[in-house]
Write a protein that binds this ligand. Structure first.
Ligand code: FES
Ligand code: FES
Length: 167
Protein backbone atom coordinates (compact mmCIF):
# COMPACT_ATOMS: atom_id res chain seq x y z
CA UNK A 1 0.00 0.00 0.00
CA UNK A 2 1.19 3.57 -0.60
CA UNK A 3 2.58 5.52 2.31
CA UNK A 4 2.07 9.20 2.90
CA UNK A 5 3.91 11.48 5.27
CA UNK A 6 1.99 14.44 6.62
CA UNK A 7 2.92 17.05 9.21
CA UNK A 8 -0.33 17.44 11.13
CA UNK A 9 -0.58 20.11 13.81
CA UNK A 10 3.19 20.10 14.14
CA UNK A 11 3.71 16.35 14.31
CA UNK A 12 4.96 14.23 11.42
CA UNK A 13 3.00 11.07 10.65
CA UNK A 14 3.74 8.39 8.07
CA UNK A 15 0.71 6.23 7.40
CA UNK A 16 -0.27 3.52 4.98
CA UNK A 17 -3.25 4.36 2.82
CA UNK A 18 -5.12 2.92 -0.08
CA UNK A 19 -4.91 4.86 -3.32
CA UNK A 20 -8.56 5.85 -2.86
CA UNK A 21 -8.27 6.94 0.80
CA UNK A 22 -9.43 10.50 1.37
CA UNK A 23 -7.45 12.98 3.44
CA UNK A 24 -10.38 13.35 5.83
CA UNK A 25 -10.34 9.61 6.46
CA UNK A 26 -6.69 9.71 7.46
CA UNK A 27 -7.35 12.64 9.78
CA UNK A 28 -10.43 11.21 11.44
CA UNK A 29 -9.93 7.46 11.34
CA UNK A 30 -6.16 6.97 11.39
CA UNK A 31 -5.02 9.97 13.43
CA UNK A 32 -8.29 10.20 15.44
CA UNK A 33 -8.56 13.95 14.87
CA UNK A 34 -12.33 13.87 14.87
CA UNK A 35 -12.80 17.63 15.14
CA UNK A 36 -12.80 17.67 11.35
CA UNK A 37 -16.34 16.69 10.42
CA UNK A 38 -17.92 14.99 7.42
CA UNK A 39 -21.27 16.48 6.54
CA UNK A 40 -21.77 15.47 2.94
CA UNK A 41 -18.74 13.76 1.36
CA UNK A 42 -19.59 15.53 -1.88
CA UNK A 43 -17.69 18.79 -1.46
CA UNK A 44 -20.78 20.83 -0.59
CA UNK A 45 -20.87 21.60 3.13
CA UNK A 46 -17.39 22.64 4.25
CA UNK A 47 -17.54 20.77 7.57
CA UNK A 48 -14.30 19.03 6.60
CA UNK A 49 -12.19 22.14 5.93
CA UNK A 50 -8.57 22.03 7.11
CA UNK A 51 -5.52 24.02 6.12
CA UNK A 52 -3.07 22.42 3.71
CA UNK A 53 0.19 24.34 3.36
CA UNK A 54 -1.67 27.39 4.64
CA UNK A 55 -4.71 27.23 2.38
CA UNK A 56 -8.18 26.05 3.37
CA UNK A 57 -9.21 22.86 1.57
CA UNK A 58 -12.12 20.48 1.80
CA UNK A 59 -10.45 17.35 3.08
CA UNK A 60 -13.23 15.13 1.70
CA UNK A 61 -12.20 16.25 -1.75
CA UNK A 62 -8.51 15.37 -1.62
CA UNK A 63 -6.95 11.97 -1.79
CA UNK A 64 -4.50 11.33 1.01
CA UNK A 65 -1.78 10.65 -1.55
CA UNK A 66 -2.31 14.12 -3.00
CA UNK A 67 -1.34 15.55 0.38
CA UNK A 68 2.01 13.73 0.47
CA UNK A 69 4.57 15.94 2.21
CA UNK A 70 2.04 18.61 3.13
CA UNK A 71 1.69 20.57 6.31
CA UNK A 72 -1.84 20.20 7.62
CA UNK A 73 -3.57 22.15 10.36
CA UNK A 74 -6.87 20.94 11.77
CA UNK A 75 -9.21 22.54 14.26
CA UNK A 76 -7.30 20.71 17.02
CA UNK A 77 -4.13 22.60 16.05
CA UNK A 78 -5.14 26.25 16.20
CA UNK A 79 -5.30 26.96 19.93
CA UNK A 80 -2.09 27.96 21.68
CA UNK A 81 -0.05 25.31 23.46
CA UNK A 82 -1.34 26.55 26.82
CA UNK A 83 -4.93 26.04 25.67
CA UNK A 84 -5.67 29.68 24.89
CA UNK A 85 -8.23 29.69 22.12
CA UNK A 86 -7.42 31.14 18.71
CA UNK A 87 -9.09 34.57 18.33
CA UNK A 88 -11.49 33.05 15.79
CA UNK A 89 -12.54 30.34 18.25
CA UNK A 90 -12.93 32.93 20.97
CA UNK A 91 -15.05 35.11 18.68
CA UNK A 92 -17.35 32.22 17.74
CA UNK A 93 -17.90 31.61 21.45
CA UNK A 94 -18.33 35.28 22.29
CA UNK A 95 -20.79 36.00 19.47
CA UNK A 96 -22.82 32.78 19.84
CA UNK A 97 -21.86 31.85 16.30
CA UNK A 98 -22.87 28.22 16.69
CA UNK A 99 -25.77 26.12 17.78
CA UNK A 100 -25.30 22.40 17.14
CA UNK A 101 -21.64 23.02 16.32
CA UNK A 102 -21.42 20.54 13.48
CA UNK A 103 -20.35 23.10 10.90
CA UNK A 104 -18.16 25.01 13.34
CA UNK A 105 -14.73 23.42 12.81
CA UNK A 106 -14.96 23.94 9.07
CA UNK A 107 -16.37 27.44 9.52
CA UNK A 108 -13.53 28.40 11.84
CA UNK A 109 -10.84 27.01 9.54
CA UNK A 110 -12.36 28.70 6.48
CA UNK A 111 -12.74 31.95 8.39
CA UNK A 112 -9.12 32.01 9.53
CA UNK A 113 -7.92 31.52 5.97
CA UNK A 114 -10.34 34.17 4.73
CA UNK A 115 -9.03 36.71 7.23
CA UNK A 116 -5.41 35.83 6.52
CA UNK A 117 -5.99 36.34 2.79
CA UNK A 118 -7.51 39.81 3.37
CA UNK A 119 -4.96 41.67 5.50
CA UNK A 120 -6.61 44.98 4.61
CA UNK A 121 -9.84 43.87 6.33
CA UNK A 122 -13.13 42.43 5.12
CA UNK A 123 -16.53 43.90 4.41
CA UNK A 124 -19.64 42.02 5.52
CA UNK A 125 -20.28 41.16 1.88
CA UNK A 126 -16.77 39.73 1.49
CA UNK A 127 -17.24 37.60 4.60
CA UNK A 128 -20.57 36.27 3.34
CA UNK A 129 -19.08 35.49 -0.08
CA UNK A 130 -16.06 33.90 1.56
CA UNK A 131 -18.33 31.48 3.40
CA UNK A 132 -20.12 30.28 0.29
CA UNK A 133 -18.47 26.88 0.58
CA UNK A 134 -19.59 26.38 4.19
CA UNK A 135 -23.15 25.44 5.05
CA UNK A 136 -24.72 26.03 8.45
CA UNK A 137 -28.20 24.65 9.04
CA UNK A 138 -28.73 26.31 12.41
CA UNK A 139 -27.56 29.84 12.85
CA UNK A 140 -28.74 31.82 9.86
CA UNK A 141 -25.10 32.96 9.50
CA UNK A 142 -25.62 36.39 11.07
CA UNK A 143 -23.64 35.75 14.22
CA UNK A 144 -21.00 33.85 12.28
CA UNK A 145 -20.42 36.93 10.14
CA UNK A 146 -20.24 39.15 13.22
CA UNK A 147 -17.76 36.78 14.88
CA UNK A 148 -15.49 36.72 11.84
CA UNK A 149 -15.55 40.50 11.54
CA UNK A 150 -14.57 40.85 15.21
CA UNK A 151 -11.88 38.19 15.02
CA UNK A 152 -10.42 39.90 11.96
CA UNK A 153 -10.03 43.11 13.96
CA UNK A 154 -8.02 41.23 16.59
CA UNK A 155 -6.04 39.02 14.19
CA UNK A 156 -5.06 42.03 12.07
CA UNK A 157 -4.09 44.20 15.01
CA UNK A 158 -6.80 46.85 14.73
CA UNK A 159 -8.30 45.82 18.09
CA UNK A 160 -6.56 44.45 21.13
CA UNK A 161 -9.51 42.39 22.29
CA UNK A 162 -12.86 41.17 21.03
CA UNK A 163 -14.54 43.61 23.40
CA UNK A 164 -12.76 46.54 21.81
CA UNK A 165 -13.46 45.14 18.32
CA UNK A 166 -17.18 45.47 19.07
CA UNK A 167 -16.92 49.15 19.94
S1 FES B 1 -17.79 16.73 4.08
FE1 FES B 1 -16.40 17.81 2.83
S2 FES B 1 -17.56 19.40 1.97
FE2 FES B 1 -19.01 18.27 3.16
S1 FES C 1 -24.29 25.37 14.13
FE1 FES C 1 -25.46 23.66 13.46
S2 FES C 1 -24.89 23.44 11.37
FE2 FES C 1 -23.96 25.28 11.98
Amino acid sequence: MPQVTLAVNGTSHTVEVEARTLLVEVLRETLRLTGTHVGCDTSQCGACVVHLDGDSVKSCTLLAVQAQGATITTIEGIAAADGTLHPMQEAFREYHALQCGFCTPGMVMSAIDLVEKHPQGLSEQEIREGLEGNICRCTGYHNIVKAIAAAAEVMQGRAGTLASAAE
